[in-house]
Design a protein around this ligand. Structure first.
Ligand code: HEC
Length: 149
């Protein structure tokens, strides 16, 4: 009888602990994501990684979150003399020119990205804002390499 009661309370404590850690996890994770991984990576996941994936990246550009944003920031474009992302300078970032369809006029090659429908204006503006924000932080920023701060 007493043993059963002890077992029951241990079980309850166990369940309570599991409940607590589950409840806290998602909030902590999203709070620690960098602005890039919160706001930009979801666009890449939805529209780009199908072709720019680790296994067989088109134009050798990987846009999966294991490689971004290091695969973009300060990295020379293979199609033009520009860098894919020039910190602080959206208008000199080949990535954004390619998404706006302005890349040919700036010495680039190939089609506008993504190949199907153009990204909505709000997403293009979000990417421009992220590139602009890199100017003040500089290339040494911790947000470049790892997913979390
Ligand atoms: C259906 C496949 C496909 C999708 C989806 C796609 N790409 Fe591409 N991407 C390509 C191909 C193929 C090339 C090379 C030919 C070209 O540029 O037209 C390329 C080239 C690029 C380049 C040039 C790289 C360099 O070094 O100059 C960039 C930048 C790029 N893609 C970004 C994106 C982004 C960002 C998205 C999502 C918004 C995207 N792509 C979606 C197939 C794709």
């Amino acid at each position: 009888m007493r043993l059963a009661a002890v077992c029951r309370s241990l079980l309850l404590v166990g369940l309570a602990l599991v409940g607590c850690s589950d409840a806290k996890k998602p909030r902590r994770r999203s709070a620690r994501l960098t602005p890039f991984h919160r706001e930009i990576q979801p666009i890449l996941d939805q529209r780009c990684v199908v072709c720019h994936l680790v296994k067989a990246p088109q134009e050798k550009l990987v846009l999966e979150d294991s490689h971004t944003p290091a695969s973009l920031v300060g990295v020379p474009s293979k199609q033009s003399p520009l860098r894919l992302v020039e910190p602080g300078k959206p208008d000199k970032s080949y990535l954004l020119l390619k998404l706006r369809g302005e890349h040919l006029a700036r010495g680039g090659k190939g089609k506008r990205m993504p190949l199907d429908a153009k990204l909505p204006a709000e997403q293009l503006e979000r990417i421009a804002r992220w590139i602009r924000s890199l100017g003040s932080k500089g290339l040494g920023s911790k947000s470049l390499g790892s997913k979390r701060r």
